[in-house]
Design a protein around this ligand. Sequence first.
Ligand SMILES: [Zn+2]
Length: 682
Amino acid sequence: MDAAINPLLAPWDAPFGLPPFDLVRPEHFKPAFERGMSEHRDELARIATQLDAPTLHNTLAAFDASGRLLSRVEALFHNLAASATSEALQAVQRAMAAPLAAHWSAVYMDAALFQRVDALFARRETLNLSTEQQRLLERVHLDFVRAGARLQGSARQRYAQVMQRLAELTTTFAQNVLHDEAAFVLELRDEADLAGLPAFLRAAAHQAAAERGLAGGHAITLARSLIVPFLTFSQRRDLREQAWRAWVSRGEHDGAHDNRPVAREILALRREQAALHGLACYADYALADTMARTQAQVWALLDQVWAKAVTALERERAMLEAARDAQGSREALEPWDWRYWAEQVRRRHYALDDAELKPYFALPNMVRAAFDCAHRLFGLRFTPRADVGAYHGDVRAYEVAAADGRAIGLFLQDNFARAGKRSGAWMSALHWQHRNGFESRPVVLNNNNFARGQEQGPTLLSLDDVRTLFHEFGHGLHGLLSDVHYERLSGTQVLRDFVELPSQLFEHWIEEPEVLKRHARHCDTDQPIPDLLIERVRAARCFGQAYESVRYTASALLDMAAHAATEPIDDIVAFERRVLAERGAPAVAGLNHRLPHFQHLFSGSSYAAGYYVYLWAEVLDADAYDAFVEAGDPFDAAVAQRLRRWIYSSGNSVEPGAAYEAFRGRAASIEPMLRERGLIDD
Ligand SMILES: [Zn+2]
């Protein structure tokens, strides 16, 4: 298929280099991938076989600029496969996983190419490189080494096989979770089934039923924005149990979509991958390229938080039991009851009711709030581009302008849950910022999975949803504000225990009373949120943190245990049970992700032995926000300027520990994080 009939191969000349979304069909991808791979191979062969001695320009910069057709097709494909998938796209995904993995593995195992990179690396002190060029050389060299470029003979071959098989398995894992999420629908048939559900949840459940052709009814799916409020509000303990069991057993059903054998094989292959690098376990391999560097550092952080969180959970449990007793209930507290009774405590003890808060968090207002904070901190302006089309009618496009009016990028926001879109929230990009060869302006996407409101009113978010919106927007700013020369060092392509800093840090602004007064306005009356309600939100802030900390840390411990294992794990569910028992994990709290559906670990490798990174980054973000607190102004211009320079714009062009210290004037302290989570006993 040539460019005349395959729009993926033709120049993308829409604004900001967007693809012609309306023309792209699933059958265009395979030939485009193949053309992209073959062009990339030709480009690399020219770099590797040129007669000139290696220079930064003819080798590193050329390598950074290679494979652009393939990268742009891959970026588009991954976005569609996550946000608007179909049977046809899933078939392409399965068919292309192995060839693409083989391609990338061959790139980084190309001996002639590596020789040139290695020769430059050996002379790096004498090359007169700028700081960014030095960083590029070190990063690319490390990419090669970590991908197995130094392996010889049969080890080389085996390494490539392992990587290909892992690519297939991680694709299967994700598709299995998607299958189990799509397979479950809890139909609520009458008023008794709806007992306790507030209006917003009824509306969302009604919408979910309509989307599944269950006209006139209500349905709860495993989308986070439905299942979590259902467990929080439903007075029907039997239905809560049913929904909870479906939620926690994703990926753990006998049959064609069982993830237990998939996860087992992934773990075995990762152990083998580490062994080929001469390491005892995958955790050692993964952590070598992080800020934490060693297992000991990660365990120390997790152990400290775990002990404090388990103690604090007992205080929360006592409050829940008191609320239960006060209502004359004698039922034991089960995992499907926790959120329900926690909500009762929130209402009684803190006089805080999610349903009372929601009208202040209309989606359009919260999007405006995020834009306004970015404006006050960094001078950015977001202007809707109604003329820019995307892959689905839900997607909103905004041109992003800097303080001087220059358009620096495009921001696409896709906010609603729908069939064919994976769960969760994430940031991605269709183009990264760089200046290598030409000026590339970033095209950044945010995906959320909010339950759409009723047709007549705006979608109302929970405080949790608002935090998610700000979180992903923080990642988005990290992509949009990127200001580097080389693509490899751009935006969010940083060390993975640094990547959650810009996102988690941004969540702080929506809890600033001043920001709330300005943007959290009642959807019917346009009145700002009352001071009393803000105070109650702040008072209740720490309540529930023990529960969240236990659930998160349990998953992080499990991830580390699974990837630090030096022996085969035959039964991942038995392994999970054993690890949690050894840690004395309170069963009533459960955990964020069980192994059979732990997509962070098994739908790709970026968070394998890396679920801890959120907590690691939280140490940084809590400490970073304190810089604004110390300055006495959440938008202090000098702090914001340093934040932009060292955190949001520098990408991977500076070593992250050094970047953080340049911003803060010192290394981060753990105390602000413990304080924010209410884990300091006073
Ligand atoms: Zn994130």
